[in-house]
Ligand binder design. Structure first.
Ligand code: ADP
Length: 183
């Protein structure tokens, strides 16, 4: 575990579905109907109430699905957190299809939803670095710089947790910050 940015960013390894914060972010797909990875874990442990609210969002707000880079908020069902912010990260196609800007948008829009909802604590998984194949080191740079920029101009959320699923992933993240002198 490591704290950065005057303790407003907390880097740790763990299962994001076990974390007790105002909102955990879901690396969803545009259907909002669940999937594999962290998305599957959230819906499995959170129960039907989350999917129900996702269906309503699809019906009323995003009939074609949630576009890449956008974010919406729902209840968190049976999870220990209070809300879920669902965002869609980009699928990595080699880097020439706006993937970096889309990943940045996924972080910024998730943070904006948290801020507008008045949330103090938010936890992110490493969006797009699983099935969607975004290179972990590149994703680390984008995640950290985007969060840093947002926190510099907003008092909410007060704290952002970056939750890695393995200590290897946490190491890659921390080493990337060191390599590029981003801390
Ligand atoms: P994407 O489709 O956006 O790549 P994935 O869920 O496949 O989403 O992976 C995103 C990241 O979340 C990966 O680094 C994966 O190891 C991690 N992950 C998977 N399950 C969990 C979990 N329960 N808690 C935290 N991170 C998780």
């Amino acid at each position: 575990m490591k704290k950065l940015l005057q303790d407003r960013v907390i880097v740790q390894t763990g299962d994001i579905t076990s974390i007790e914060v105002d909102a955990i972010v879901n690396a969803a797909n545009s259907s909002l109907m669940g999937g594999g990875g962290v998305d599957g874990a959230i819906h499995r442990r959170g129960g039907k109430a989350i999917l129900q609210e996702c269906k309503e969002i699809r019906q009323h707000q995003y009939p074609e699905g949630l576009p890449t880079g956008k974010a919406v908020i729902t209840n968190a069902g049976k999870l220990p957190s209070s809300h879920i912010i669902h965002t869609v990260g980009p699928v990595w196609h080699g880097g020439n299809q706006d993937e970096e800007q889309q990943l940045e948008a996924a972080y910024t829009n998730s943070l904006s939803v948290a801020s507008e909802t008045g949330l103090k604590t938010v936890a992110f998984p490493a969006i797009s670095t699983g099935v969607y194949g975004f290179p972990k080191s590149k994703a680390a740079t984008i995640a950290y710089q985007t969060i840093k920029q947002f926190l510099n101009s907003h008092s909410l959320p007060r704290e952002v947790y970056l939750v890695f699923f393995s200590s290897d992933d946490e190491q890659v993240f921390l080493e990337t910050l060191q390599t590029y002198n981003l801390e």
